[in-house]
Design a protein around this ligand. Structure first.
Ligand code: CP
Length: 317
């Protein structure tokens, strides 16, 4: 594959194939083969214009476990504060030998601009752009669901017959967009649950059912409930409903959590607002996959970097 910018055009076969490569990567980690020589001599640049804990560190760990060199760039403390453009920043880093650029940016479309502008020749991975997409988060979410559903028999399978409820700040979430495209391609049925003020206007074009009533959706016992963070930093107007009302009506509180069958998994991409969209007991329960998602993220990003940099496939997108 040349770049990974979106999950929208990823075919079912391509997605399953990437998840299967991630299975292979996870197997090497379990056998305590901590480092594979696969990408020796390659350089991965983490180009982060927005804050991150999980994604940046996960990409760094993934690249290092494949023996690639890693250069970490954070806009904070860089010449971006002096007005240096995305083009000049990217070209400066490529001049230091970047084979792949992993970019997070507050502007939706920044990774595509980098990939299609001809400014750099390196492969581009979208690590989250504005409210647009976060493809590797969706891939690690799909991997986690498939693993919980099928265990050691996961290889080669999609998510057919699974019902996934995605709850929360749909409007500002890049995670939901990448998940909607990917999970539907893999055969899952998706219900979006949110206050009407946090549902995007174009949701009617998405392959989902929309509900404003979390209790109603939970009564249908979905296989997975994915809570999304309330993104206060992206709220330009007052957050409505307010936090107390949100938590009461759309939060996975203790009462709602205890009503779920033990087979329903509870997911969150992180970082979590405990007590707002998810209670501490739900987040820390055996049904929670929050930390599993982080662990799986390294294997999935190893697979994505491997496919991008090994020349194994020309195009995923
Ligand atoms: N899930 C996620 O993208 O987390 P970070 O913002 O910490 O990378």
């Amino acid at each position: 594959m040349r770049h990974l910018l979106t999950t929208k055009d990823v075919t079912r076969d391509e997605a399953i194939s990437l998840l299967d490569v991630a299975e292979d990567m996870a197997a090497t980690q379990r056998r305590e083969i901590k480092k594979l020589p696969t990408l020796r001599g390659k350089t991965v640049v983490n180009l982060f214009f927005e804050d991150s804990t999980r994604t940046r560190i996960s990409f760094e760990a993934a690249a290092k476990r494949l023996s690639a060199d890693v250069i970490n760039f954070s806009a904070k403390g860089s010449s971006v504060s002096k007005g240096e453009s995305l083009k000049d920043t990217a070209q400066t880093l490529e001049a230091m030998g970047a084979d792949a650029v992993v970019i997070r940016h507050s502007a939706s479309g920044a990774p595509r601009t980098l990939a299609s502008s001809g400014w750099i020749s390196a492969g581009v991975m979208n690590a989250g752009d504005g409210t647009h997409e976060h493809p590797t988060q969706a891939l690690l979410d799909a991997y986690t669901m498939r693993k919980r559903a099928h265990g050691e028999a996961s290889r080669g399978r999609g998510l057919d017959g699974m019902h996934v409820a995605i709850v929360g700040d749909i409007l500002h979430s890049r995670v939901v967009r990448s998940n909607v495209w990917l999970l539907s391609t893999l055969g899952a049925e998706i219900t979006i649950v949110a206050p009407p003020t946090l549902v995007p206007v174009d949701v009617s074009t998405w392959p989902v059912t929309v509900s404003y009533d979390l209790d109603d959706v939970l009564r249908a016992t979905p296989d997975a409930v994915m809570l999304l963070r309330i993104q206060a930093e992206r709220m330009h107007d007052a957050f409505f409903p307010n936090s107390r009302e949100y938590s009461r009506r759309w939060g996975l509180n203790d009462e709602r959590f205890s009503s779920l069958p033990t087979s329903t998994i509870v997911m969150h991409p992180g970082p979590m607002n405990r007590g707002l969209e998810i209670s501490a007991s739900a987040a820390d329960s055996a049904q929670s996959t929050v930390r599993e998602q982080v662990t799986n993220g390294v294997s999935v990003r190893m697979a994505a970097l491997y496919l991008l940099l090994s020349g194994e496939r020309e195009e995923l997108l």
